[in-house]
Design a protein around this ligand. Structure first.
Ligand SMILES: [Ca+2]
Ligand SMILES: [Ca+2]
Ligand SMILES: [Ca+2]
Ligand SMILES: [Ca+2]
Length: 223
């Protein structure tokens, strides 16, 4: 086929743009088109096989930004709104700076609210997949307390967080609401009656989690 094209080129016929005629008269492949020819020449390099930013990874090796050496599969994915390690999960290594982690799976123990009736916790949801769990115990003995006010405030603007409170002993869900701004639960004596138990607070995001902006969780056992 090439031989026929060369023969015709002398008669004003245009060769395909990826074929040039060399001084020796042999065709060579410039690679300006997909290398679907059969001329035997080595195919040109795939640009996605070239490590443009010198971070050790090409696009085909998982570098999702080959113009930035700080973005590659080996990077630490800190809190900056960029998925530096190219795994599709945003800012997950920001959890390393969170004193309450790893409370996704192992709840952070706040102790007994009878002993510490007022508590304030500044926590962070690193991304919309983050789950923050806290556990506290309550002993239903004679006491001057009749209600526990529990509030999740300072939810970042534009975000919706969910507050869930469960009785760990019975598995009962006592409170479960999502919203912005502030979420408040009041656990009255009804809920505590004969419920010397561990309670779990679960904070999740419905969207807009911000690893730079902490929420404020407060517990206030009131008389
Ligand atoms: Ca690279
Ligand atoms: Ca890169
Ligand atoms: Ca990531
Ligand atoms: Ca990041």
């Amino acid at each position: 086929m090439v031989g026929m094209l060369l023969g015709l080129s002398g008669c004003g016929f245009s060769a395909p743009e990826d074929v040039v005629v060399t001084s020796s008269g042999a065709p060579s492949d410039t690679g300006s088109m997909d290398d679907g020819d059969t001329d035997g020449a080595a195919p040109e390099a795939d640009p996605d096989d070239i490590d443009d930013d010198g971070d050790g990874y090409t696009e085909n090796e998982g570098d999702c930004d080959d113009a930035s050496a700080t973005v590659n599969p080996d990077a630490i994915d800190g809190c900056d709104g960029t998925d530096e390690d190219c795994d599709g999960v945003l800012d997950e290594d920001a959890a390393d700076d969170d004193m309450y982690e790893p409370n996704d799976t192992s709840a952070h123990d706040l102790g007994s609210v009878n002993d510490s009736p007022v508590q304030a916790i500044q926590g962070l949801l690193h991304n919309d997949d983050d789950v923050d769990r806290f556990v506290f115990s309550f002993e239903d003995t004679w006491s001057p307390y009749f209600a526990l006010s529990l509030s999740l405030g300072s939810i970042p603007s534009g975000a919706d967080y969910r507050l869930t409170i469960e009785n760990r002993t019975t598995g009962e869900t006592l409170f479960d609401e999502a919203g912005d701004g502030n979420l408040s639960a009041s656990m009255t004596e009804d809920l505590f009656a004969d419920q010397t138990a561990d309670f779990e607070i679960i904070i999740t995001s419905e969207g807009g989690a911000d690893c730079n902006r902490s929420y404020l969780l407060t517990l206030d056992l009131v008389e």
